[in-house]
Ligand binder design. Structure first.
Ligand SMILES: C[S@@+](CC[C@H](N)C(=O)[O-])C[C@H]1O[C@@H](n2cnc3c(N)ncnc32)[C@H](O)[C@@H]1O
Length: 238
């Protein structure tokens, strides 16, 4: 049995258990490419197992992939090697503590900006991000669009990744602006012994208005939102 947080305790199962998060990687990566000069340098914050990093490297961008979980970055490196992608560069660090200056053409965060756990933490992170960008550099992120407290239905899914299989029951509870996500899964197949995995995470839910306000307060301009009603895609310029 596995209990805790997948990023820290069992990153090896992340791609199997979170396939619903992997779906939108293509659109997000396309947006990062469109906003970055060819061959430019990108900081992929909370890079995870490399769903954004690896296609960017394949398209000949320079990428620094930063994540607080050494295990997730290990999975990124294994995946890159399997795909014959060599020029990866990983940094194990908390994204709240980055310390770069005028270095990147683009900074991106996919499915992780909500780990800034509140408006103060968000602004503090955005200030570090804007300092790390070159003048005219772009910040690209996506996030759920918080549209008020509502009930989140339980969702179950069956996934396959190669010969490995999982059945995942996802539950979400919102307390104020904190979303507590728990999922209970059975994994089996391939090299896996049948096993039970219980995984949990908490995020802070921001509205579009809150993101827009924080970006402007931190000095970003040309803030543009797009995407379907449930998800925000945003680009902002230094
Ligand atoms: C949902 S995954 C997204 C991974 C990747 N961006 C993607 O699109 O596939 C969230 C990632 O955020 C990382 N993370 C969470 N809090 C973090 C923090 N404070 N600093 C850096 N990484 C963090 C986790 O370790 C995990 O790899």
């Amino acid at each position: 049995m596995y209990f805790g947080n997948s990023y820290k305790n069992f990153p090896v199962f992340y791609d199997l258990l979170y396939q619903r998060y992997l779906k939108s990687a293509h659109d997000f990566t396309a947006m990062v490419k469109e906003n970055t000069p060819q061959g430019g340098l990108i900081l992929d914050l909370a890079a995870g197992t490399g769903e954004v990093t690896i296609p960017l490297l394949k398209s000949c961008f320079g990428v620094i992939s930063l994540d607080s979980s050494k295990g997730m970055l290990k999975e990124l490196k294994l995946k890159a090697k399997k795909l014959g992608v060599k020029n990866y560069h990983t940094v194990t660090r908390d994204m709240r503590k980055i310390n770069y200056k005028d270095k990147f053409d683009t900074v991106c965060i996919r499915q992780a900006i909500n780990y800034f756990m509140g408006p103060k933490a968000l602004e503090s992170g955005l200030k570090k991000i804007i300092v790390s960008l070159k003048i005219g550099g772009k910040f690209v992120f996506n996030a759920p669009n918080y549209r008020g407290e509502k009930t989140y239905p339980e969702v179950s899914n069956y996934y396959e990744s190669g010969k490995e299989k999982s059945f995942v029951l996802e539950t979400n509870k919102i307390l104020g602006k904190i979303l507590r996500h728990k999922q209970y899964s059975i994994i089996w197949g391939g090299g896996l012994k049948p096993n039970f995995v219980s995984d949990e995470n908490s995020f802070y839910m921001f509205t579009k208005k809150e993101f827009g306000h924080a970006l402007k307060n931190c000095g970003f301009s040309k803030v543009k939102f797009s995407g379907p009603a449930k998800t925000l895609y945003c680009t902002a310029t230094k």
